[in-house]
Write a new protein. Sequence first.
Length: 230
Amino acid sequence: MTENQTVQQKSVRRNRVAAAACFAAALITATVVGTQSATADGTAHRAAAVAARSAAVAAPGLGSAHLVQSEDYFRKGLNPVGATVALTGRQALSACSGEETMRDLTKGNATAYASVNWTFDTDGMLTESAASAPTGTAAATWEKQLVALVQDCQDEPAGHWRYGAAHTLTTTGGTARWYPAYNGDGTVTGGVAVLRSGTRVAVVELTGRPAYAPASVEGIATAALNRLSS
């Protein structure tokens, strides 16, 4: 395959994912897979939080409670209206990775998977995909693969959407690399983070309005890392 063909494939894949993200951000109803649903009424965010916590718990070591929760957003000025939780590992990893899923990346070898797709009362959405590795070595390998996927979208031609430079953060429970995302005109439009806590790895991405400053991405990454390590 030529270099031009590779670039074209990446571009088509990202465009398809971007279109899907825009559609998903317009939804005001979210369903917890196989369990409960919450609608965007006055108590939607509370119902979504309860649903996320009460979704079926995966294999020991990872469950929906280890994913980012609604109260994590309130501290960042975001108002979630619904969440879709799944434990299959089949949610797309990020806007950069296209249709690749956590199950694809781990080749189905994780002991458990968990993912969530949050929608807000304004344009924007957040996705998180996590996996529990059988060993620390496997977790380190998956973390490196996730970082490589993100870094693949840092070097883009002028005027293209891209991820910015990596920033690192460390908590008592683990480490993360977070990256702001930029539109072609240079405005910030969310960002992505790769998380690692022991044998658990995850990728979390905030997309939407340019008002989502890098500080919001860092805050969400910190909250997600704390959840993952709990």
